[in-house]
Design a protein around this ligand. Structure first.
Ligand SMILES: NC(=O)c1ccc[n+]([C@@H]2O[C@H](COP(=O)([O-])OP(=O)(O)OC[C@H]3O[C@@H](n4cnc5c(N)ncnc54)[C@H](OP(=O)(O)O)[C@@H]3O)[C@@H](O)[C@H]2O)c1
Length: 294
């Protein structure tokens, strides 16, 4: 008999693929969802609808503990990729990445859950000035100290993020930060989902993961332009200017500042993690381009 798994973040890019992978491996699944309208729809980056894949939907908002009471009852393993990836102008990253996940962890411990697997970020220790990263790592500290069996998955950028290069190519203006010469191996959601479910089943406490191909950001931009079939105007923002812009946006909104700081940080260093999976970025771009052309 397979374990019962609760997936938080199940309506997001990674969560949807983790739901699919868990179902494929025969697990019983409960999805924690705050917006039921999303469960029947495919995601915006080709990721699957979860309604046909899950055994149970639990509707609740992990930022409000009273709404998730009972979510972990009868559950063996909690997987969470719940996190704030864009500003919602209501919550801060501390409200979601830290506190909402902590609410879930406390519930899991009370319900006798055996293992908690959490998705943080690759190279987090090199970006601790960013509040979103601080929030992730504050939760990782809680998880480590909790005494529950756990694993932390640390991925590089997702293919869903690389789709921004396609959008820029289509819009005719390609913005790059610095020289675009830093290297990374982004990962497809389906490949990362396999890594996440392996982490559920394995003993490693920390799992770093990137995709099978390594590119400079300039190469990703060129590939996006080639797939879209347009030669966009390329504007290269010097890194010192990007940092200045990030500092100024901090006076307007801390969450937008976070995004600017993150973009600047990853443009200054290589982010190449151990390679996993088989999905090629070009094929993802071709499929996304076909979808967006309709
Ligand atoms: N994108 C990257 O390149 C990258 C790289 C490394 C690590 N990560 C981390 O990986 C995690 C998952 O990323 P992703 O791309 O799958 O994110 P995503 O597509 O934005 O999905 C985030 C999930 O968290 C939920 N969520 C967001 N705000 C919430 C709130 N206030 N209350 C309850 N649930 C909330 C979302 O629910 P709704 O669908 O209802 O909004 C969704 O299910 C994030 O923590 C991210 O920081 C991302």
């Amino acid at each position: 008999m397979h374990n019962k798994v609760l997936v938080a973040g199940s309506t997001g890019y990674i969560g949807r693929y983790v739901v699919q992978e868990l179902k494929f491996r025969g697990y019983w699944l409960r999805a924690l969802v705050r917006n039921t309208a999303k469960i029947k729809q495919d995601g915006p980056h080709l990721e699957p609808a979860i309604a046909p894949l899950v055994d149970e939907i639990f509707v609740g908002e992990a930022t409000k503990p009273s709404t998730i009471a009972g979510a972990c009852d009868g559950i063996d393993i909690v997987f969470s990729s719940m996190g704030m990836t864009r500003p919602d102008f209501v919550h801060s990253p501390f409200d979601v990445d830290y506190k909402a996940n902590l609410n879930l962890l406390r519930l899991a411990m009370k319900a006798g859950v055996k293992k908690f697997v959490y998705v943080s970020v690759f190279n987090a220790h090199r970006m601790m000035e960013i509040q979103n990263i601080q929030a992730h790592e504050k939760f990782v500290d809680e998880l480590r100290a909790s005494g529950i069996d756990y694993a932390v998955v640390r991925p590089t950028g997702y293919y869903s993020d690389m789709a921004q290069f396609l959008n820029m190519a289509r819009n005719g203006i390609m913005m790059t930060l610095g020289e675009g010469d830093k290297r990374s191996n982004p990962i497809h959601g389906a490949d990362l989902a396999r890594v996440c479910v392996d982490a559920i089943e394995g003993d490693d406490k920390v799992v770093e993961a990137g995709g099978p191909e390594t590119f400079t950001y300039r190469e990703v931009a060129d590939m996006a332009a080639e797939v879209v079939g347009k030669q966009p105007f390329t504007a290269s923002l010097p890194l010192w200017l990007a940092d200045g812009v990030a500092a100024v946006t901090g006076f307007i909104n801390r969450d937008i500042q976070d995004i600017a700081m993150f973009a600047s940080a990853v443009s200054k260093m290589d982010s190449v993690a151990p390679a996993h999976g088989t999905h090629k970025l070009r094929e993802f771009f071709v499929e996304m381009n076909r979808l967006q052309a309709h």
